[in-house]
Design a protein around this ligand. Structure first.
Ligand SMILES: Cc1cc2nc3c(=O)[nH]c(=O)nc-3n(C[C@H](O)[C@H](O)[C@H](O)COP(=O)(O)OP(=O)(O)OC[C@H]3O[C@@H](n4cnc5c(N)ncnc54)[C@H](O)[C@@H]3O)c2cc1C
Length: 373
């Protein structure tokens, strides 16, 4: 038997691709390492408004796993702090294991061959397709969608080029309501505390530079103390995170790389759920076209589409990141001083305004903010 499509990994990227295949009549195989859902994935579970909007489009019941709607962020740099507020939601808080279980359970399972507890190991070339080798069997597929996250074995086997940073995260039992972002001492990253009701997800990441003076675990613990998050720690772990680029390496013949497997994460904030879902839906659309026409060049258009959709934004994220981190003290002072700049930063963190647009607005607002006007 030859499958039309194989999907490796059922996080947001893989599940979103499957959602688009529903009702298509295609023969689809999906393999997922986890034996069942919910399963753990280190993640703060914050959805920007663009992530919430795309999830709502494909999974209309997503509100069932939104624990909180945040309209206020407190930012810190050393002892300085400033508050960003908004009339509309800045971030939707989810617990990742709940979100992913909801996404998985929203699929029409009867339309696909879904194999849980099965790990994809390697791929081999096949005539007009790919052979997928797993811990249980080998399968022939016409196209393979690799959505197995940042640690993807197939991305490593095929030399997919990605830039990888590092994070450390913990769950702290605490009912604090405040969403905190603290930039103190980071070269290109931050500490976060995301409230979820009975628990706060706290973590830190250096997205481009792994070097922090001290261990990530100890630094996280001292930030937790600084912000009064001293409840029982129920879980903690380190985890890599990719950083998207202007040109992303997401295609090999008959194989497309989605979400983290293709490195598709905002290089400044570490946001990846939106990019996982979007790349999943784009890949599925391209695969459908390929299967109708039989033209393998159609598959290559996935890489072009991804780079035109995300490449520019990732490039500008890096430009804004350099500007922010190299002049962190000054930028923090300006944020406190200028309500317009604070509004701009809120829109950016909420994913409502692009980096390029923010950069242009920032340049216009800075002279007035410096002069105190
Ligand atoms: C600490 C941390 C905090 C983060 N916080 C946020 C945040 O608040 N908001 C946000 O938008 N993004 C955040 N991100 C990024 C976000 O978690 C990822 O970008 C997102 O999960 C990518 O989705 P994905 O579907 O590509 O991969 P994943 O979510 O990693 O899913 C991959 C799936 O593949 C399965 N798998 C792995 N290997 C195999 C294999 N060999 N065979 C079969 N199955 C396999 C895994 O079990 C998993 O189910 C964070 C990341 C980290 C590390």
């Amino acid at each position: 038997m030859i499958y039309d499509v194989g999907v490796v990994g059922l996080g947001p990227a893989g599940v979103s691709a499957l959602k688009v295949f529903e009702g298509s009549g295609l023969k689809v195989l999906a393999v997922e390492t986890a034996p069942s859902f919910p399963r753990k994935k280190p993640c703060a579970g914050g959805l920007t408004s663009k992530a919430y909007t795309i999830l709502k489009e494909f999974f209309p019941e997503v509100d069932s796993v939104v624990r909180k709607k945040i309209t206020r962020f407190t930012l810190y740099n050393g002892k300085n702090s400033t508050v960003l507020t908004s009339d509309t939601v800045l971030t939707y808080m989810t617990q990742r294991e709940e979100l992913d279980a909801f996404l998985f359970n929203s699929l029409n399972h009867s339309q696909f061959d879904i194999h849980l507890g099965e790990t994809a190991l390697t791929v081999d070339k096949d005539i007009d397709g790919v052979i997928l080798n797993t811990t249980k069997d080998s399968y022939r597929v016409k196209v393979l969608l690799v959505a197995s996250g940042v640690n993807s074995r197939i991305a490593r086997q095929l030399g997919i080029k990605r830039e990888i940073g590092f994070t450390y995260e913990s769950y702290v039992e605490n009912s604090k309501e405040e969403l905190i972002i603290d930039f103190t001492s980071f070269k290109w990253g931050y500490y976060w505390a995301f409230p979820k009701g009975d628990v706060v997800t706290t973590g830190l990441g250096e997205f481009k530079n792994r070097k922090l003076s001290g261990s990530f675990r100890e630094i996280l613990s001292s930030f937790n103390k600084k912000h009064g998050l001293t409840g029982k720690e129920t879980w903690s772990s380190g985890f890599p995170i990719p950083a998207g680029k202007s040109k992303n390496d997401v295609y090999r013949p008959h194989i497309l790389f989605l979400g983290d497997a293709g490195g598709l994460v905002d290089p400044l904030t570490g946001e990846g759920i939106y990019y996982a879902v979007k790349s999943g839906t784009v890949a599925a659309g391209v695969v459908k076209q390929f299967l109708i026409t039989g033209d393998p060049h159609r598959l290559k258009s996935y890489e072009t589409a991804i780079n035109s959709l995300f490449g520019e934004e990732f490039k500008w994220a890096r430009i804004v990141g350099h500007l922010f981190f190299n002049l962190k003290g000054l930028n923090f002072f300006l944020l406190k001083r200028s309500p317009e700049l604070a509004q701009l930063a809120a829109g950016l963190l909420a994913g409502r305004i692009s980096y390029r647009e923010s950069f242009k607005k920032y340049l216009k607002l800075v002279p007035g903010a410096l002069l105190g006007r």
